[in-house]
Design a protein around this ligand. Sequence first.
Ligand code: X2X
Length: 336
Amino acid sequence: MLKRCSVLAAVAATVLFSTASQAQYKDEYTVSTVLPSAFPWGQAADKWVELVKERSDGRINMKIYSNSQLVAGDQTKEFSAMRSGLIDMAVGSTINWSPQVPELNLFSLPFLMPDYAALDAITQGEAGKAVFAAIEKRGVTPLAWGENGFRELSNSKRTIQEPSDLDGLKIRVVGSPLFQDTFTTLGANPTQMSWADAKPALTTGAVDGQENPLSVFDVARIDQVGQTHLTLWHYMADPLVFAVSNQVWNQFSPEDQALLKQAAIDAGQWEIKKSRAELDDTLAAIEERGVEVTELTQSQHDAFVKATQSVYEKWTPRIGEDLVKQAQEAVSNRDQ
Ligand code: X2X
């Protein structure tokens, strides 16, 4: 009898304990993204949610809110909302979080990363670790990298082959002061606006041009709003970061933290591979629709590099001299 009682007590204790720890878990966690499932970015988030659900046998459920709807369309508020716990998780672009995490401006330095090997050398090396530490320091736990892509320049007015071709062009840029500086120094007339406002502004002709990865240009059908000139200048690429608000992160058991992290790593690797593999077809589809695609010669490219040097002078101290140096070294030592 005594034995039975203690077994019962043990069972009761287990039930109680697991209900107590389960009670800290939410029925559903919010995941913020800017772009929805039609884009690689949204697919990265979809994959993460799917893997977590599967690997946790349905214990951890996440729901994606795309188009920055949790921050009323203002993607530059996503990081603060996550930090304060208004948003549980996000798959976000380094550009959109850079107002709160200055180190993330690293990736926006013009022509720092000539190719994917350079981008990977940064994210997968010591510089990438330093960037993650900077995010963590500001109240958000970064788990893995994904990719929005190399950003190319489009406009409705003319072929752009050299800095002077940008003279006076009104360009929509993301809400980042560094972008404002890059385009101002090139002689353009940049306007910061959210993604939600970008397509309407292109449609009405309020702006002449924009910059975004080819996948975004293609899926959002930017060609349909008069953007007939596209220059492949690969001037920067924005990685995506899978992340969780610290307030939420600390409530997960160590096992579930590991599960969330591994699922983010797997989803990120899957999405990076997929979006790179799709690039050639995407470009072909864009050209087929009659968009004039311009590749820069080496000397044209060099002219842009030269014209944007002042951005480094102004922004390196803000990003951190050591981090910029570490990234530049990673780029020069990359496997090619
Ligand atoms: O707003 C943009 O241009 C986008 C969708 O690429 C980002 O969120 C950085």
